[in-house]
Design a protein around this ligand. Sequence first.
Ligand code: ZN
Ligand code: ZN
Length: 357
Amino acid sequence: MTIDHAARRARLAAALPAHEVHALLVTSPVNVRYLTGLVSSNAAVLVRADGSALLATDNRYIDKTRALDVPAVEAPDVAGRLAAPGVGIEAAAMTVATFRRLEAGLAESGGDSESQGLVPLGPLVEELRAVKDEAELELIRTACALTDQAFADVLPLIAPGLTERALARLLDNRMTELGADKPAFDTIVAAGENGAIPHHAPTDRELRAGDLVTMDFGARYHGYHADMTRTVCLGAPAAWQRDLYDLVRRAQRAGRHALTPGARAKDVDAAARGLIEAAGHGEHFRHGLGHGVGLEIHEDPFLGPSRTGRLEDRVPITVEPGIYLPERGGVRIEDTLVTREGGPELFTKTTKELLVL
Ligand code: ZN
Ligand code: ZN
């Protein structure tokens, strides 16, 4: 499946008049990639309201632009090369220092007081990116399949004595061996009491019998991200561990079932959170239920009690409730899915039965 970058630029161009600009200067590297196909750490693209575009990058990447369907110029100062009066900029992507420098440059060259400066705008490209085309979904599906396979391959190696860091390294290495670009983010492995910390960074703590062990990881494939969390138990679970696991699993299922085009972001969150609150653990679930995934690991839309907006069709998103008991441990279960008319498609397929190792 090939990606039609011109069609993406056309959709962006169509959105510009409503923001009263005749062009948008896109400087977020991931947004430049989305609109042109250029993978770089330094590029900008000017997309005009008529759908035409001009790309600028430095001499490290200029050769790569020859294969693209957009004209390109080489410039050390990519944003400066494309900045013009009355052009929109991505407020979230440009530093204040760059903004001031570009404005000063325009004032110098333009001169008269009539000339407009740059126009800071919101996340226009991010909004376009939320709904994926089938080519993107195929890449995320593959990223998730690599994630599932890495987990299956590493599972037999999880045993008392292995450290959190060593387990994280096994998962990371396996994903890369299977064909991932690299891990989608810093892998989380949290054993025992460390499981009470949602974003615990792996340490030299050894896994022990009786631990719940939470692993949150994913593969990145052709720039697209997977995100999965599983919690396993080393040895037979205590009653409180099984109860906690069952509750999170039921909440996760409720969240997945609420995932439908047209659903409000806060209602999907509430579907899962309500079960956890009813069981008296509301205060132990302090993060949002999920987030979009794509060219970034966390992107629009976000699921949470105060999130606004509704889900659309073809939006890859995670569902990841967790319960974290201070000093005791925690459980989180996370899948990556995509919204579909008629029910979500599950991308991460690893079992959600409690695995007792
Ligand atoms: Zn995750
Ligand atoms: Zn996540």
